[in-house]
Design a protein around this ligand. Structure first.
Ligand SMILES: NC(=O)C1=CN([C@@H]2O[C@H](COP(=O)(O)OP(=O)(O)OC[C@H]3O[C@@H](n4cnc5c(N)ncnc54)[C@H](OP(=O)(O)O)[C@@H]3O)[C@@H](O)[C@H]2O)C=CC1
Ligand SMILES: O=C(CO)COP(=O)(O)O
Length: 343
């Protein structure tokens, strides 16, 4: 297909996921531009043949009207969504040489962030909807998708969620392929709560393995963790079925058991006695979303008046320096109860 007829997609962020999603969708029909903070982000991308064909620009160099892109994928951490949106709007106004965006076709923005914004306790789509108002349709990409495996072209299934059926159809058209299967969903609250909270549960599952508590205990953390995730989600209006889907049990299993998970690794290393600071320093700048989300989740559960013992134990270890063995005791000594009492 001629270059000018290819569908244009913009990926914002050239970390692990930005790189992987660009590799999945750049082909003869889709032309991908990737923008990142600095050229140092691009060294990794240039190792992959497919990514050599993408257009790479820094935020400063970027000078295109955002509405030229059929889809914009934000592959940045949750806590940066507001800041990056502010930058995008400023850039858009500059490129258009105006003070206000009026009567434009809406942008189609999908976020891959899995977290809850600290202080505001908003999900990624809420941060974006609040910022972009009528200027954009907002969606979310989630599900079991280790960037490293996507880059290798291994089969992956994800879910894209949005209130806009038009955005869902654009996302399916651009993202779906035999090795990167895209399912769609209208339940953006459920998809994003599941994506955010599974990171905290993955840290706990990692800790269980670090403490060598056994497979039974790990399975218990995954299952009771899922119950806590669903409890929070349902209270926020999510469809309980979403938690049985790719963004729910799918991503939870992946990150709680797959050693590629940074959140799982974090919990494992904490249980082995490493300090939080040491682990963060060793990650070469890569985000461990579960750390910030542990705090947001704790505050959100308090606000909603929901008892979530695993999420709360994670908070006590990470933010109140509770010895990890005491957190285990807290969970094990919990009063006997009915399996599902949140319905
Ligand atoms: N890695 C994975 O397997 C998957 C990750 N995700 C989710 O995607 C999101 C991004 O993850 P991932 O790519 O792995 O994270 P990384 O830490 O690998 O990359 C994050 C990228 O965002 C950029 N960034 C961070 N803050 C800002 C900012 N304020 N302004 C501009 N750029 C910024 C970073 O730039 P710089 O390098 O300059 O700091 C970096 O390029 C997370 O929410 C994660 O949970 C979802 C599915 C899978
Ligand atoms: O969300 C992920 C895979 O779906 C990646 O998990 P980590 O951020 O823990 O590596």
């Amino acid at each position: 297909m001629a270059d000018n007829l290819r569908v244009k997609t913009l990926v914002v962020g050239a970390g692990a996921f930005g790189t992987a999603i660009a590799a999945c969708i750049h082909n003869e029909n889709n032309a991908v531009t990737i923008i990142a903070r600095s050229h140092k982000n691009f060294s990794n991308l240039k190792k992959h043949d497919i990514l050599k064909e993408c257009e790479l620009q820094t935020f400063d160099e970027f000078n295109t009207d955002f509405s030229e892109f059929k889809l914009i994928i934000l592959a940045i951490p949750c806590q940066s969504l507001q800041k990056v949106s502010e930058w995008m709007l400023k850039k858009w106004l500059l490129v258009r040489n105006c003070n206000e965006i009026i009567s434009t076709p809406k942008l189609n923005i999908i976020s891959a962030a899995k977290g809850i914004e600290q202080k505001s306790l908003r999900l990624p789509y809420q941060v974006l909807e609040n910022f972009w108002q009528n200027n954009a349709e907002i969606g979310s990409l989630s599900g079991p998708s280790f960037a490293k495996e996507m880059l290798l072209g291994l089969p992956t299934c994800v879910v894209v969620s949005s209130k806009s059926s038009e955005l869902l159809s654009i996302a399916a058209q651009i993202l779906h392929s035999p090795y990167f299967r895209v399912y769609d969903s209208n339940d953006i609250v459920g998809v994003e709560i599941a994506g955010a909270l599974k990171n905290v549960i993955a840290m706990v599952a990692g800790a269980v393995d670090g403490l060598e508590l056994g497979y039974n205990a790990r399975a218990a953390v995954i299952t009771r963790g899922l119950s806590e995730i669903a409890k929070v989600g349902v209270q926020l209006g999510a469809d309980p079925m979403t938690f049985l889907g790719l963004s729910g049990v799918g991503d939870l299993i992946l990150t709680c058991t797959g050693d590629l998970s940074r959140n799982r690794q974090f919990g494992y290393r904490i249980a082995k006695g490493e300090s939080k600071e040491n682990i963060i320093d060793s990650m070469a700048g890569q985000v461990i979303e579960g750390i910030a989300t542990t705090q947001s989740a704790y505050e959100l559960c308090n606000k909603l008046g929901i008892e979530t013992s695993i999420l709360s134990a994670a908070y006590k270890v990470i933010y109140e320096d509770m010895p990890i063995k005491d957190a285990v005791t807290l969970l094990i000594d919990k009063e006997q109860g009915r399996e599902f009492k949140w319905k």
